[in-house]
Design a protein. Sequence first.
Length: 389
Amino acid sequence: MTESQVGEDQSIDVQDDGSSGRKALSPRTKLVLALVALVVLAAGGLWFLRYQTTGKYLQETNDAQLAADMVTVAPRVAGYVADVLVSENQDVTAGQPLLRIDPRNARAQAAQAEAQIAVAMAQADAVRAQIREQYATIEQARAQLAAARAKAAFDAGEVARYRPLAASGAESRQQLAQLEATARQSADNVRAQEAVLAMQQRRVASLESQVRQGQAQGQAARAQLAAANVDVGATVIRAAIAGRIGNKTVTVGQFVQAGTRLMSIVPLDKLYIRANFKETQLALMRPGQPATIKVDALGGMELAGRVESQAPGTGAQFSLLPPQNATGNFTKITQRVPVRISLEATPAARRLLVPGLSLTVTVNTKSARDELERIREQQETVQANQRAR
């Protein structure tokens, strides 16, 4: 291209302004710039409109993880592990046997409780037999008492008959004294027989209390038997929920104590999200609002969710050592509040998810846009009423 041609092309876009010595833009350049400015303004207007209608209601956080209410598998009884019936990362169903503990010790305790029941019942039966014998003894004592009363009545009658005779001299006073002594002896015998009868009757109550004691011992032994049977059943540990086995640390032959953590069951079909939002993002956040979840492990795949609930305190309040800001210097730090979000995903997507994955969660709070304004108006009304007072 020659220099003359270059000059002609430049003269197309730039013209010489003779009055000022400056070169002015050509009409085509002005048109292009005007179109660019118009596009920029339109784009800015659309962005601003979208921000005012939707964007400012989207609250996002990348401090979020998948979670699940895992169940820790631990034995109720101590003993040696006889069998481990599952492997690491195996899917299990609710009620499926996981492992067995040697049941011989628990069965021996159950047999001992059964023997105690038998002993208690035998003791109660023996005392009942004694009670039946005691009733026969009571009948004998009543018969002896009746005989003693009859003899005492006869002797008293003889004294009454001889006393006038002795007073008239028809009978000797020695005979009367002998009859009186016999009558007193008979009366004493009646009182003795009455005491024997009362003692025998009270012994029945004592024997009945022994029966009740034996029955109570039998009930205690039955309770021990029930507890021993529970321990026998607890030697087979079953899955409380359906899920996948994780963190398995138990092996055959290992001695385990009650409450020792042996493995965990993760319910992969009941995953949820624990998202930690800043306190400045919670003003319009309410249960039921939709959420968008991006999973880092799946290349940013988006899943749907919904806000379930908010924690009753910030994460710092539930820490091992909650902060105490009333002492020393204070630096204000934006706090975060855990928010639980349900996951709405297909079974195919759920198979790719495990607890602990990092997420980015965006919650659309637009449904509560008018609520904050109503709260503010109510608060202003309260403050106006207080000033009026």
